[in-house]
Design a protein around this ligand. Structure first.
Ligand SMILES: Cc1cc2nc3c(=O)[nH]c(=O)nc-3n(C[C@H](O)[C@H](O)[C@H](O)COP(=O)(O)OP(=O)(O)OC[C@H]3O[C@@H](n4cnc5c(N)ncnc54)[C@H](O)[C@@H]3O)c2cc1C
Length: 417
């Protein structure tokens, strides 16, 4: 059976679901294609934080001490597969250039229109999808173990002041008043009260997808690699039959290059792999919000499944075997911050953050391929930015006035480098 739609959206992560939902809402008939269930890729395993307050992207380590710790595989916040480094050396060099103090601020300003609307876009979809039970408006807490940590934050906090983003510097006692189960192993806390979080990111993707279906959208199971030209548009083969459409959107997160490279579109995407593992809490211990151990680079997030410990970045081939050594390095610190009990699964979950070196996603037309659109590369903030970038893409595709200038997110920005 052959179906005809206006748009095929490839990839049913939070990014693709949000794009399909925004298109469908605008009367564009859409089919959302994935090889697994909605939200079961990277979007399944994140820390659940909607970071409207995010300003500076993750920097390349600059101090000799930090670099040495990473190189010697002592760092909790990063790990790497030595054999893979030559393949991403140029990308890492570009990250280094893009995260000088001046560039951190420049990126924060370029990304601000997206982050500024991120939470309200989630709230709108949560309301429409009836997913209120997952959303917590309790902010997120970052704790710092060293005395001089706040000095290093000065530039970011100054920018937060300029944008009117609220934060509260907390003493250890004030932090413990918010989260009584934490141990006082840190020196400072900073609460970002306008951030929000989800207790079950998979539940949220499923709820948004159900809302999309209620608007007349369709899901189909299939391999995005079957995307091909047909009658001036695109077609894809699915278990539900062949689907034809005038336009297609690639929202395959870390797998996007699998489809784009054969079409001659080679953008500088790398992955930062990350792990999570759920633990029970000892006794009556609990958390009301995600807690980031900022210098050690891990998050403890309260989820329906348990306390979710998420790690920082691992530089390795996307499909290489899991090597969760960061979890081993972190465990003593995580346990001295919060009374973690037993792991609730036999082994950690592994995901891959799809990252461009300039810490911006690509949203817009695919260069040289008529009727093909791109919506990927959301890096550390794809849960946060899925809905707002879905809106931006849908506005572009339907020729509406966009809420912000999409130029900084175009694929063409890389042709200048
Ligand atoms: C440990 C960790 C913690 C994180 N914490 C946060 C956080 O707190 N807040 C935040 O904002 N972000 C966070 N992120 C980042 C966020 O999870 C990602 O940026 C986001 O999930 C990317 O969504 P996506 O829809 O682009 O990709 P995905 O969710 O991976 O979706 C891509 C989809 O494409 C499908 N697919 C791939 N190949 C094919 C194919 N050939 N055929 C058909 N389908 C295919 C996959 O099945 C998948 O469903 C975190 C990430 C990690 C790893």
């Amino acid at each position: 059976m052959m179906q005809k739609k206006n748009v095929i959206v490839l990839g049913a992560g939070i990014v693709g679901i949000s794009a399909a939902l925004h298109l469908q809402k605008r009367g564009v008939s859409t089919v959302l294609v994935d090889r697994q269930g909605p939200g079961e890729g990277t979007s399944y395993g994140n820390a659940g934080i909607i970071e409207g307050n995010t300003l500076f992207p993750y920097p390349f380590p600059r101090s000799i001490r930090a670099l040495t710790r990473v190189a010697l595989k002592l760092a909790t916040e990063a790990n790497y597969h030595a054999g893979f480094l030559p393949r991403i050396a140029r990308w890492l060099w570009n990250v280094r250039q893009a995260t000088t103090p001046e560039q951190l601020e420049a990126t924060a300003r370029v990304m601000r229109p997206l982050f500024e609307r991120a939470l309200s876009e989630h709230e709108e979809l949560v309301e429409a999808a009836g997913a209120q039970r997952y959303l917590r408006h309790t902010g997120w807490l970052r704790v710092y173990r060293s005395e001089n940590a706040l000095e290093k934050l000065a530039a970011e906090l100054k920018l937060a002041d300029e944008y009117g983003i609220p934060y509260q510097k907390l003493s250890v006692e004030e932090s413990l008043a918010l989260e009584p189960s934490l141990s006082p192993v840190f020196k400072h806390g900073v609460l970002w009260p306008k951030a929000a979080s989800y207790s079950n990111p998979l539940g949220v993707s499923r709820a948004f997808n159900a809302h999309y279906l209620s608007l007349g959208g369709e899901n189909a199971k299939g391999d995005a690699k079957t995307l091909a030209r047909a009658n001036g548009g695109w077609k894809v083969t699915t278990e539900q039959g062949e689907v034809h459409a005038e336009e297609a959107v690639v929202a395959l997160g870390p797998w996007s290059p699998d489809i784009l490279e054969p079409l001659g579109i080679d953008l500088p995407l790398a992955v930062k792999r990350g792990y999570h593992w759920h633990f029970s809490a000892k006794g009556n211990a609990s958390l009301s919000r995600p807690v980031l151990d900022a210098e050690l680079g891990f998050i403890l997030g309260p989820m329906e499944q348990g306390i979710r410990l998420t790690t920082g970045a691992e530089f390795a081939h996307r499909d290489a075997k899991p090597t969760p050594v960061q979890i081993d390095r972190l465990m003593p610190y995580a346990k001295n911050l919060f009374p973690l009990g037993e792991p609730l699964e036999p082994k950690p979950w592994l995901g891959a953050r799809p990252c461009f070196w300039d810490s911006r996603p690509v949203i817009g037309r695919a260069p040289g391929q008529k009727g093909l659109w791109l919506d990927y590369g959301h890096g550390h903030s794809g849960l946060t930015l899925g809905p707002v970038t879905g809106r931006l893409l849908a506005e572009m595709m339907t020729g509406s006035t966009t809420f912000t200038d999409p130029a900084p997110f175009s694929a063409e920005r890389f042709s200048k480098n």
